[in-house]
Design a protein around this ligand. Sequence first.
Ligand SMILES: NC(=O)c1ccc[n+]([C@@H]2O[C@H](COP(=O)([O-])OP(=O)(O)OC[C@H]3O[C@@H](n4cnc5c(N)ncnc54)[C@H](OP(=O)(O)O)[C@@H]3O)[C@@H](O)[C@H]2O)c1
Length: 339
Amino acid sequence: MELKICLIGKGNVGTCFLKLLKERISFIKEMYNCDCKVAAIFEYDGALINKDGIDLEELLAKNTNFRENKFWKKEVKATDLISELDLDLCIETTPTEPKTGEPALTHIIEALSNNIDVISANKAPFFLHYERIKNLADKMNCFVKYEATVASCVPVLSIKRNLIGNRITRIEAILNGTNNYILSRMATEGITFAVALKEAQELGYAEADPSLDVDGFDAAGKLVILANELLNWSKSIEDVKIEGITKITPEALELAKSDGYTIKHLAIAEENDLIVGPRLVKMDSPLNISGILNLIKLQTKYAGSIILMGRGAGGFEAASAILNDLITIVKERNKVNVN
Ligand SMILES: NC(=O)c1ccc[n+]([C@@H]2O[C@H](COP(=O)([O-])OP(=O)(O)OC[C@H]3O[C@@H](n4cnc5c(N)ncnc54)[C@H](OP(=O)(O)O)[C@@H]3O)[C@@H](O)[C@H]2O)c1
């Protein structure tokens, strides 16, 4: 089997994915009899296109500028070419635009409409238009996978397959590493929100404009995806009650501490409600993690709670989730071909 791939967005995650693929390409060939070829890499201002497969060694060699590669075509757009390249898989890693989900939404719709499987690291299309994307994928008999969108490398969406004999009834999670870092520092050092935020920005854990994180919107988007996937809900971001962390003071944290609690920014899905906001958490609770980690606690009907924890961000972390999705699709396609 041959898998012709296009990557849209060669930034941090996209480049890490290409590096991981280069490392694992012969494993995928040997293990799953699948020849992966990257036929196109789209950027905002053009694309590298080679239907026979771009040479990843050459592309990823140090000090090479991919815009000087002989296969670089200026000013071509993914939306114009997706249908013409005879692709099997489209990987979406453009920046998240939380109001419209563009340009990723159009890329995903265009790929699925042309019978091309999709993997996305970009979460916005899924917390805005989950139903539309899922229905189209079903109609076209295509796979659409997006493990990297929530908690990056932590396999919290694909765990559903392994809990098929159980039922997830409630989700309680820490889904934003920036906010968790800020609250952890405020709790341990007694510093203000502003000081902890500045520290997070200096360390590269928070954006120059941190509003999507600290106002709770990022965690809300991830919660929507989790609830739709794991609880079979059909929610969108407007359904989430959202509160950020900007009003939390060192005094509030001190008061909580004197009663054996701390304050965490939690994302909760229960009884048809989606809530993101600060909550008291017992000091000895598994939810009391520090730093930039993510944690997802799944309450199940038959086996108590199951907890997943790990790094919720990072180029290679997200890229490893994309590669997992890719191999899952290859395995599923192999089954279809055998039958
Ligand atoms: N970084 C992480 O830890 C992480 C983890 C999980 C998920 N994600 C998600 O993965 C996606 C990529 O993240 P990232 O950190 O790799 O961001 P990034 O470094 O900014 O990469 C995005 C790339 O897409 C390019 N791009 C912008 N508009 C485009 C268009 N219309 N067509 C093609 N390419 C376009 C950008 O080019 P310019 O920079 O030149 O504009 C950039 O090279 C985001 O949606 C993010 O939320 C990231």
